[in-house]
Design a protein around this ligand. Structure first.
Ligand code: VG1
Ligand code: CO
Length: 543
């Protein structure tokens, strides 16, 4: 086999963010850029000679090109086998499952998730380790250090492989297996959930709709919801993956999945609606006439998970990212199981899941998952909801209201200020952080601050410590405000402001969210002077 060693100079901007390296496509197209990052990953790993690497992506523009590059580089670097999703497609949770099931050394997931796709839009590369989960921070730090000194990459000289035909062949001395991206994952779902019960629910007239947003979950939803569960194919929208997601943001929130939201609020709405994101790890859940916040969804799923066969033995614990609301904490308390609060990003859940310290995890950004894989999993959340609905035989709205009556309602919202000036965003955070230590006891409108800090995470499994994971301000009475800068954006900075307030009284649980949170929203402006620093009068996205 011909292996070329190509000389390159380091690129200074290859620091992995919350979930891998994300840049605009033209940046990845800079000669040597993609190769430098992939080689830096390989150079940071030990002992993969002859081992298996899983490769797949969310189907966005540039996916096929980078897959070919990654296959040639895997061969040149000495991997023994690559498993590649047919057509270059693997949802993030399916890739996680495939890594675990095949005993692979690791995997490359090519995705910029919920970010838009196309020739001038976003692309991303992420490395997952042998447990199927995102590389932990220690490894992403090593990869970044390596990108600063790299001077060559290795690539084999064979032609493009045919990604569209399943089968096994040899290329450059390495086995290349093109696999069905859906089948194994769909089978895994059948081991966790009661498909008979869900089929009867749907056959009995319970209407389910799903919006795949022209992203990777289309084929998964068509197989699992359509063929295996009997959901009417006309109710599975945008099921064909497109390289530019049809020009939309494949972000399942109330702004970008507004069409689904509107359908679910109509008089003749289906009973259950859901959507997923670019790479299939996020979920949006909407019942007829009721939007369920991701934080509430995590809590309700955790409280009812035992109704599904895969979780009938109960939960070992629950984990949530710090900005996620405290709704799940109340469930953990009632169940008498461990509750963990981690920094933003799924990579922080891996240790807890591997150590058996939690079963279900979630993030406020529409990510929920369990120990069945080591990624968040959009369709998994949809199926757990459907399994619970099939057993409880109640409407979504009744299940949600019951939950609030029992545990209280946690009003929750996130305000995003996208593409703001990076320098100003950093100044805002610095100014706010500088004042945190003097904040206790201050009157802010109708609220009084209780304490404030910059969140530090101590991983209870490997003892690692992660600093600067978001600024938290707690108010008397239990309201909370969190500020952090996004680690997934590709233009300027994005400020995220997270607000929550707990309301135990059932007679006060029917308020409009922004109105219920008004004092906390005002406090955010007073304390952080968002308008002054960002020059914006209002958030770009409210979820
Ligand atoms: C965002 C979310 C975070 C999520 C991450 C990756 O990160 O807030 O909860 O884990 O995206 O999700 P940030 O740093 O922009 O806030 V996905 O679906 O991109 O893999
Ligand atoms: Co995603």
């Amino acid at each position: 086999m011909m292996i070329r060693t190509v000389k390159i100079s380091p690129f200074p901007d290859q620091k992995p963010g919350t979930s891998g390296l994300r840049k605009k496509v033209p940046v990845f197209q800079t000669p040597g850029y993609t190769e430098a990052f992939i080689q830096s990953i390989f150079d940071s790993l030990d002992g993969f000679k002859g081992e298996t690497l899983v490769i797949g992506g969310d189907g966005r523009y540039y996916n096929r090109h980078v897959i070919q590059t990654a296959i040639r580089m895997a061969a040149a670097n000495g991997f023994g086998r690559v498993l590649v999703g047919q057509g270059g497609i693997l949802s993030t949770p399916a890739a996680s499952h495939l890594i675990r099931k095949s005993g692979a050394f690791g995997g490359l997931i090519l995705s910029a998730s919920h970010n838009p796709g196309g020739p001038t839009e976003d692309f991303g590369i992420k490395y997952n380790i042998s447990n199927g989960g995102p590389a932990p921070e220690k490894l992403t730090d090593e990869i970044f250090a390596r990108t600063g000194e790299i001077d060559r990459y290795l690539i084999a000289g064979f032609d493009d492989v045919n990604l569209d035909q399943t089968g096994t062949f040899e290329a450059g001395g390495m086995a290349v297996e093109i696999v069905d991206p859906v089948a194994d994952y769909a089978d895994l779902m059948e081991t966790l959930f009661d498909f008979d019960a869900m089929r009867s629910l749907i056959a009995g007239g319970f209407k389910v709709t799903f919006d795949a947003m022209h992203a990777v979950t289309g084929p998964y939803a068509s197989e699992i919801l359509g063929r295996r569960l009997g959901v009417d194919s006309k109710l599975i929208y945008n099921a064909t993956p497109l390289e530019d997601f049809g020009g939309h943001h494949p972000d399942p929130n109330l702004v970008h999945a507004k069409a689904l939201f509107d359908r679910m609020m109509a008089d003749d709405a289906p009973d259950f609606g859901a959507a997923s994101d670019g790479d299939g790890d996020r979920n949006l859940i909407i019942g007829k006439g009721i939007f369920v916040t991701p934080s509430d969804s995590l809590a309700i799923l955790a409280a009812n998970a035992h109704l599904a066969p895969g979780y009938k033995g109960g939960l070992k614990g629950i984990a949530r990212s710090m900005p996620t609301s405290g709704a799940a904490d109340r469930v953990a308390e009632k169940l008498g199981v461990e509750m963990h609060e981690t920094p933003t990003g799924w990579k922080f859940f891996g240790n807890l899941l591997d150590a058996g310290r939690c079963t279900i995890c979630g993030e406020e950004s529409a990510g929920t998952g369990s120990d069945h894989v080591r990624e968040k999993d959009g369709l998994w959340a949809v199926l757990l909801w459907l399994n619970i609905l099939a057993v409880r035989k109640q409407s979504m709205i009744d299940i949600v209201r019951d939950h609030w009556a029992q545990f209280g309602r946690t009003y929750y919202s996130r305000h995003d200020y996208e593409a703001i000036d990076t320098g100003r965003a950093n100044q805002l955070i610095q100014a706010l952080e500088g004042g945190l230590s003097n904040l206790a006891g201050r009157q802010v409108g109708s609220l009084t601050t209780e304490r404030a800090d910059s969140f530090i995470y101590h991983d209870p499994v490997d003892g690692s410590v992660s600093h600067n994971q978001g600024l938290r301000i707690f108010f008397e009475g239990g309201s909370r405000l969190v500020f952090r800068l996004s680690g997934t954006g590709t233009s300027g900075a994005t400020l995220r402001v997270y607000m929550e307030r707990h309301e135990p009284d059932p007679s006060l649980q029917d308020q409009e969210t922004q109105a219920a949170l008004a004092p906390v929203i005002e406090a955010a402006e007073t304390l952080a002077e968002i308008g002054k620093w960002t020059g914006r009068e209002a958030p770009t996205v409210i979820t």
